[in-house]
Design a protein around this ligand. Structure first.
Ligand SMILES: C[S@@+](CC[C@H](N)C(=O)[O-])C[C@H]1O[C@@H](n2cnc3c(N)ncnc32)[C@H](O)[C@@H]1O
Length: 281
């Protein structure tokens, strides 16, 4: 991606995350359901000790950061960084005033700390960085020689039907739904794609564990209505441009895809694959 395109993409992402952060926090990050069962797993796998200094990249509303703080205790230190100022404000409020937690408005591709960290984490964000290699090299430069990173990503395509059922269908009805040239958000959603990217940045002892969590968005109407309610404004506007009959057709296509996950009580139960990678400096 050219530098100009990457800057445009990042700007758009900041606007989107500033808008959706409160809803994201309420529906996902503050509730340890479905994919967010990964927070505990990530913290376990990366092996944080009391007294450690930890950097949480793209911390969002602070779910990982907050849990890390409990692990490092009062003798440790944790800093969460994110490009969304709204997400950071929520994180600060949610975590409460503590002398050993800081939240900073910083781009994962452009940071340089004077001190190095024992652990660096990054949950559900690597795929948002247009130049992920740059972000990973920054992480390596900020990690102690003895340090470790922990990175969580969603699985690819039909491994996460919560996303793919709607997105694949919407893209058939509205080809420019995702702005052309945007990086593919499931590009690290396989063990090999993820470990290849991390090894390119020079990390060693790479290990990727797969988890299948489950998530029920309720009945089909809840799944559909909440999708519309929670998506960012630019996507909502594109969906609203579809005429009534097309929208009805789209809804039916999505409904058919969910049937295989629909239980006798009418509720959908989706599997949700998550990959958690750990690696050493
Ligand atoms: C899905 S959220 C994950 C947040 C958090 N890690 C969690 O587990 O809830 C993705 C986050 O990545 C942030 N983000 C996207 N691009 C970024 C960048 N270049 N640098 C830092 N943060 C970024 C967004 O603002 C958003 O808060």
């Amino acid at each position: 991606m050219s530098l100009l395109k990457s800057l445009e993409y990042k700007k758009r992402n900041i606007t989107v995350w500033n808008e959706v952060a409160p809803r994201y926090h309420k529906r996902w990050a503050s509730v340890s359901k479905g994919p967010f069962q990964s927070t505990t797993k990530l913290i376990e796998l990366v092996e944080i000790n009391k007294g450690d200094s930890v950097l949480d990249i793209a911390c969002g509303t602070g779910v990982v950061t907050k849990n890390i703080r409990k692990k490092v205790g009062n003798s440790g230190y944790v800093v969460g960084v994110d490009t969304s100022s709204t997400a950071i404000k929520i994180a600060e409020k949610w975590s409460g005033k503590k002398s050993n937690v800081d939240f900073l408005n910083i781009d994962a591709e452009n940071f340089n700390f004077s001190k190095k960290f024992d652990i660096i984490t990054c949950q559900y964000a690597l795929f948002f960085f247009p130049n992920a290699d740059k972000a990973l090299k920054n992480m390596k430069n900020s990690l102690k020689e003895s340090g470790k990173i922990g990175i969580s990503v969603h699985g690819r395509g039909d491994k996460v039907p919560f996303f793919s059922n709607i997105l694949d269908s919407v893209k058939e009805f509205i080809p420019e739904y995702v702005p052309p040239g945007s990086p593919n958000l499931d590009r690290y959603g396989t063990k090999s794609a993820l470990s290849t990217e991390i090894s390119k940045a020079g990390f060693s002892e790479i290990s990727v564990k797969e988890f299948i969590f489950h998530y029920s968005p309720g009945k089909f109407t809840d799944y559909w209505d909440n999708y519309i309610k929670y998506i960012a404004k630019p996507l909502k506007e594109k969906l609203n441009e579809l005429d009534y009959s097309k929208r009805k057709e789209l809804k039916q296509v999505v409904k058919e895809k969910t049937l295989q996950y629909t239980k006798k009580n009418g509720k959908i139960l989706f599997p949700w694959q998550v990959l958690i990678l750990t690696a050493k400096h």
